[in-house]
Write a protein that binds this ligand. Structure first.
Ligand code: TYD
Length: 214
């Protein structure tokens, strides 16, 4: 039996990385073999691309180059990591997937979303997460949280965290629109509360989705 593919999406600072870890632990406790991975990254080739695109000034890549690099990283990630895991019956928890490309390169940067979808279809195919968990947070709170985290752990801001609140507001709206367009494959969680509450609520929503799926 093939495994289940769950993606976690949301704006910077929404808490999705902590939730993705909690979800992987929760599924492991339920007896699943889980592969936890992230984008951009998830394969040696993807990690090399990640290092290229997250560093530097915001204008160090043309928007179209950025889209193609994100897609190249995803092609390698899917064929080397995600598909083999699912085929072996493992469950995959992925911190970001193509929803982020639609939100950041599409709604955020302004590239045409139908082109992004076509690129996905032609390079990766009809391959999407079974479930996407969107941690929904307003752009102002997300940016404030990611700046606080950056000061705390001393790591530098990445190229996306230097972008404006308006940019992140468009990204947030895109995640909500994507969820509204495909309710059966998305759950949206209010991420403005404490991290413990958000994680508990999101795990319960995943369990309910899995139970309904049978
Ligand atoms: P991530 O490591 O999830 O950062 P954070 O934990 O700070 O949210 O992702 C890095 C950045 O890459 C993030 O700002 C969103 C961006 N991104 C895109 O613009 N397009 C994509 O397709 C993906 C996967 C990520």
């Amino acid at each position: 039996m093939t495994g289940v593919f769950i993606a976690v999406e949301g704006i910077d600072g929404c808490g999705k990385t902590g939730f993705a870890q909690a979800l992987a632990g929760h599924l492991t406790q339920r007896g699943k073999e889980v592969v936890a991975t992230r984008e951009p990254g998830g394969s040696p080739q993807g990690d090399a691309i990640r290092a290229l695109i997250l560093s530097g000034a915001d204008d160090s890549w043309d928007d179209r180059s950025e889209l193609l690099l994100m897609t190249a990283a995803r092609i390698e990630h899917v064929r080397r990591t995600i598909r083999p895991a699912l085929d072996a019956g493992r469950w995959v928890v992925c911190d970001r997937f193509v929803g982020s490309t639609i939100a950041y390169q599409g709604a955020g940067r302004g590239l045409p979303v139908d082109f992004i979808r076509m690129l996905h279809a032609r390079t990766i195919g009809d391959f999407f997460p079974d479930l996407t968990v969107v941690l929904d947070l307003d752009a102002g709170t997300g940016l404030a949280r990611s700046r606080k985290r950056l000061t705390r752990d001393g790591s530098g801001e990445d190229r996306f965290e230097t972008l404006t609140q308006e940019f992140h507001a468009r990204v947030r709206q895109s995640f909500l629109d994507q969820a509204a367009a495909d309710r059966a494959a998305h759950v949206v969680i209010d991420a403005s509360r404490s991290q413990d509450q958000v994680i508990a609520d999101a795990l319960a929503a995943v369990d309910a989705w899995l139970d309904a799926r049978g």
